[in-house]
Design a protein around this ligand. Structure first.
Ligand code: NOJ
Length: 763
């Protein structure tokens, strides 16, 4: 009972302005509680709850607090410390009904400790590691008074020109769906209402990863079968895992902007999937309905959005401005507004805020003395997760691991790049706390370090690109050029290389190149860096490329030039240490690509699980009217699921327990995994299935399961997978999810291409 006093219900009951004096509902009963509260709210108070504002440094705090106290704001994002949020919650507690605020943030891959970017997390194929990153992010964010994150982003992305590929978990529906569930559970911990957890708001619903041409914010046009089969399952997995929120995508789908799409939001999400949580618009998306050309003006935009069940409007004022008039004119009903308010209050209830508005804000005397204190970071965990996410793409002549006694030249614009190491959407991460590759290698080498450093090149020599990258940064330019000429930089690096036994070149993209709005027409490493690589190659010294980038790059030429390539994506606060661990062999790399690396941008799309076609490319038969680009080799540079190790693995003795499967039965697929090399290491054994004939064309193969297994040098293990009818189901032309009898190929491999195969019949 004492806690109920916090709600202000008693206070409001005593207030003469209260419309109906009702007995406070028991806090244990969410629906009754929310309904009771709603009975006491004025229209303005209701509409106030639907407003989500971004807090910028320039915004007058006093005015915001006044607005909150007047009941005009439901929540904020981008205010991220207890000291900042407490006065706002205090203001909410001064409001008539004392409805608590919630505080949101884009906690995508870490909060203060930055973990590898999502595409890198996916490269670990390690659900425990991924879950750990999410759990720590939630703990750190909750300790900073945050209640909800706009994550996970589970948009399947098959077009690496799209800059937000970096924020997702890759091209494969099954892998992304698995991670979606893991991330939601990690963020929400023992419950979104617990003090060390935050609510997950899955995004961007829906199909944002399929924007035409990989150009951000562009349209999506997609068949229903493809939607259901390939793109929708990850959102569904997040919702099934209990995600309390959904962020609605900025794109349109088959001609209807998601923000106005009643089919998407009501028929699919709520009716078909049973989602009962909070739907938040993306930034300014309600206003953008005018730009999309489906709303004449703000009034119509607000009407479309509220009708589609967009509960909170992010950073536009249209709901506040237009809903009262629309209601008065009978163009919307009270129920439309009430549904939205109910969802906002319900989410606040689920976040535990009615029980205690200060659940995550805590008491002032317990605030951290230094928000950025080292002691608040989780470095050991970040380092471990980061090294699990690194993918060894090439290792000719065992160039790696490096000998610590070797003389190493470290070159490249990303060798000392603390901001880039964190990747985009780095939440509250601080560049000063991130370990660069230079730092990590220097530390690993200790006193014996003979590391010679030279920058070698700027990120880009293209002024237009540089201006774009720096336009993204509000405070200070993120990409700072070395003013010396390109040739002087290269000469310095070549000199360094000549005095070394081996060259390590940290090259790729700056983090802003793989970010929201950062779509690219080519996937090359920028020319300035390619010139550097060429010059380094010419020295004849062994060349190791450490790639940093947020999307697959087309590195055909660099692959030919380099002796070894380590894909490190953007690996977070502890990136430099993690990469050094792998470079020096203190950790044996085990990451696998969650997305295909094309040979060239012209090959896109290159995702491995494409549909079967009538004239598939037939190797060794040129000019034979099969599907190919005649001017390049067919197939990817590196396939989905690929990644090397410092040891070798073999798969032998694949067997199926039967050549038939009953609809209610089980089939065992097994294979002998052997570590044939000289080091202990982890392999990812991948199970793919192909539905050979069906009522519709089916993918050439689809990932259905995998296991990450550690084996000592020389050790063997039989790996088992269970296959049931569920693994064979798909959405047919009538969108019925069912398996069809017939032949299925089962493939097991260490990547999606190099597989052994057996078949069975579904009866
Ligand atoms: C726009 C982005 O599309 C979305 O992912 C993000 O959550 C919001 N801005 C808030 O920062």
């Amino acid at each position: 009972m004492k806690k109920l006093c916090l709600l202000g219900l008693f206070v409001s009951l005593a207030s003469p302005t209260v419309l109906a004096a009702t007995t406070p509902a028991p806090l244990e009963n969410k629906d009754a509680f929310v309904n009771n509260l709603m009975k006491q709210m004025t229209l303005d108070e209701k509409i106030g709850q639907l407003r989500l504002i971004s807090i910028g440094p320039e915004m007058p705090r006093e005015m915001i607090r006044k607005e909150i106290a007047a009941g005009n704001i439901g929540g904020t994002f981008n205010s991220i410390t207890r000291a900042e949020n407490r006065p706002m919650q205090d203001a909410a507690m001064r409001s008539r009904l004392k409805i608590p605020m919630f505080f949101a943030y884009d906690v995508i891959h870490g909060h203060r400790t930055i973990f590898p970017i999502p595409i890198a997390l996916a490269s670990s194929w390690d659900m425990d590691a991924i879950g750990l990153s999410g759990r720590i992010a939630a703990k750190e964010a909750a300790a900073d008074s945050l209640d909800i994150t706009f994550a996970p982003m589970v948009d399947v992305s098959r077009d690496p020109r799209w800059g937000r590929t970096s924020e997702g978990f890759g091209e494969d529906t099954y892998l992304v769906s698995r991670i979606a569930g893991v991330m939601v559970k990690a963020f929400q911990g023992a419950g979104a209402n617990t003090a060390d957890s935050i609510m997950a708001s899955v995004k961007h619903f829906a199909l944002y990863g399929a924007v035409e041409g990989g150009r951000d914010y562009n349209v999506v046009d997609m068949s229903p079968v493809k939607m259901y089969q390939d793109y929708l399952p990850p959102y569904r997995a997040a919702i099934d895992a209990g995600a309390g929120g959904v962020m609605v995508a900025l794109n349109s789908i088959n001609g209807v902007p998601a923000t106005a799409d009643t089919w998407l939001m009501n028929d699919l999400l709520r009716t078909e999937w049973g989602f009962k949580g909070l739907a938040v618009s993306d930034h300014g998306a309600i206003f953008e309905l005018i730009k999309h050309g489906v709303a004449r003006d703000g009034r119509e935009a607000a009407k479309l959005a509220i009708k589609a069940g967009i509960h909170m409007s992010m950073n536009d004022t249209l709901y506040g401005k237009e809903l009262p008039g629309l209601l008065k004119a009978g163009e919307i009903q009270q129920g439309d507004i009430d549904n939205a308010v109910r969802a906002v209050l319900g989410a606040k209830y689920d976040m535990g805020l009615f029980n205690d508005p200060y659940l995550r804000i805590g008491k002032a005397e317990d605030d951290p003395v230094d928000t950025y204190a080292e002691s608040r970071l989780h470095r050991a965990e970040a380092r471990d997760v980061a090294r699990r996410s690194l993918v060894l793409l090439k290792n000719q002549g065992e160039t790696l691991p490096l000998n610590k006694t070797a003389k190493i030249a470290l070159v490249g614009p990303l060798a000392k790049a603390p901001i880039d190491m964190m990747g985009s959407w780095a939440a509250a991460g601080r560049p000063a706390q991130s370990v660069t590759l230079f730092d990590g290698m220097t530390r690993a080498l200790g006193d014996q370090s003979t590391l010679i450093y030279a920058r070698g090149a700027n990120i880009t020599g293209d002024k237009k690109v540089l201006d774009y990258l720096n336009f993204l940064n509000f405070d200070a330019p993120e990409v700072v050029d070395d003013p010396r000429s390109a040739q002087v930089l290269i000469d310095e690096a070549v000199n360094a290389a000549k005095g070394a036994d081996v060259i390590v070149a940290a090259v790729g993209e700056s983090r802003g190149m793989s970010h929201e709005s950062s779509s690219r027409t080519d996937l090359n490493i920028p020319a300035s860096q390619r010139d550097l690589i060429k010059a380094l190659k010419a020295t004849g010294r062994p060349l190791v490329l450490v790639l940093m980038n947020g999307r697959p790059l087309s590195i055909l030429e660099e692959n030919a030039q380099a002796d070894a390539i380590l894909e490190t994506w953007f690996s977070g606060t502890e990136g430099g240490n993690a990469i050094a661990d792998v470079l020096f062999g203190d950790y044996n790399p085990s990451g696998k690509l969650p997305i295909t690396f094309p040979r060239s941008v012209g090959q896109i799309p290159t995702y491995y699980n494409h549909l079967s076609i009538g004239r598939p490319f037939t190797p060794g038969k040129p000019g034979n009217y099969t599907s190919q680009y005649f001017d390049d080799t067919t197939g990817p540079l590196f396939p989905f699921g690929f990644g090397l190790s410092y040891t070798q693995f073999s798969l032998t003795d694949m067997a199926l327990s039967s050549t038939t499967l009953n609809k209610t039965g089980k089939l065992d697929a097994s294979v002998m995994l052997t570590n044939t090399g000289k080091r202990d290491g982890e392999a990812v054994v991948q199970l793919y299935i192909q539905d050979v004939t069906g009522s519709m064309i089916r993918p050439v193969k689809e990932l259905k399961n995998f296991q990450k297994i550690m084996l000592k040098a020389g050790e063997q293990k039989v790996v088992h997978f269970t296959i049931t009818e569920d693994d064979l189901k798909f959405f047919n032309a009538q969108l019925k999810y069912a398996a069809e009898p017939g032949k299925f190929n089962v493939q097991i491999g260490l990547d999606s291409q190099d597989v052994t195969q057996q078949s069975f019949e579904l009866l």
